[in-house]
Design a protein around this ligand. Structure first.
Ligand code: SF4
Length: 242
């Protein structure tokens, strides 16, 4: 298996079945005061009280200091896409209508797990007893950064996909839309997540908590990636069109 790619200048491999690790710089993961205020329930930075803005800035800085962003992934063939689920090379059948919609036309699937590392959890927990608000805001800042890490992976996949004429679809994960969180175990059984320090509890929770996993469609042949939100009955979903 390839060594960790620390340069970030090298291109991602999209070779089938090759497991690879990516390490990112926390400074390169964009999480802004605007996004943090929004996550905390304020319509803008200006609408947030001064104390919130100050804690927010401290927490964003702390999140960047504590994060050790890493990703493990591999590309697998998509063997079948039905109306109620998909079949991916080496994995048991995955039942989810929205997952099937996202994978419409897909040739391959990027199976991935990403984490900010255990120091983030440790600091959020340490702050908790004496500084509940600080712990809460750091947790929110770390959640934004986790999302930014997954977005960064997707962006790098788009860049790598361009060379082979493949487009990148919507990132999907167990527990989102109608995809059962129980399938988290399927993903973990097929990826050596311990190489980047992620494990799964019996209740399908990832440790460290600031981690994500999922499948991302790769679509070739000039086809357009599927949109899981088209045809979804949840008309009030805040994630619609993400
Ligand atoms: S509307 Fe919401 S629940 Fe439905 S597919 Fe889109 S993101 Fe998922």
């Amino acid at each position: 298996m390839p060594d960790a790619d620390k340069s970030k200048k090298e291109k991602l491999t999209l070779d089938i079945g090759v497991e690879a690790i990516l390490e990112y710089e926390a400074q390169d993961l964009v999480s802004t005061p605007e996004a943090l205020c929004s996550a905390l329930g304020f319509p803008s930075v200006e609408a947030a009280p001064q104390a919130v803005r100050e804690t927010g800035l401290v927490s964003l800085k702390e999140a960047r200091r504590l994060a050790r962003p890493r990703v493990i992934y591999k590309v697998l063939r998509v063997e079948n896409v039905g109306s109620e689920g998909i079949a991916v090379q080496g994995l048991p059948a995955l039942g989810s209508e929205r997952l099937a919609a996202a994978f419409e036309g897909a040739d391959d699937a990027v199976l991935f797990a990403a984490t900010l590392g255990e120091d983030m959890d440790r600091e959020i927990d340490r702050l908790g007893p004496d500084d509940l608000w600080g712990s809460f805001v750091l947790d929110a800042a770390a959640a934004l950064m986790t999302d930014a890490l997954a977005s960064r992976l997707r962006g790098d996949l788009e860049e790598a996909g361009q060379e082979t004429g493949r487009l990148v679809g919507v990132r999907m994960g167990p527990g989102f839309c109608d995809w059962s969180v129980r399938d988290q175990a399927v993903l973990f059984d097929n990826l050596e997540t311990e190489r980047i320090g992620i494990s799964l509890t019996g209740g399908a929770m990832m440790v460290p908590r600031k981690s994500l996993s999922g499948l991302i469609p790769l679509v070739g042949g000039g086809r357009t990636p599927g949109d899981p939100c088209i045809g979804c009955a949840r008309t009030d979903c805040v994630y619609r069109g993400r």
